[in-house]
Design a protein. Structure first.
Length: 32
């Protein structure tokens, strides 16, 4: 769960499209 929080904290630093953000969030929901 720590890794997920770290990713969420840094997600704003990653330059992704809106669709990319949705995909990342969906992947997190599937994995955790």
């Amino acid at each position: 769960m720590e890794d997920k929080q770290i990713l969420l904290d840094n997600i704003s630093k990653v330059h992704t499209t809106e669709m990319g953000m949705d995909r990342i969030k969906k992947n997190l929901k599937l994995k955790y």
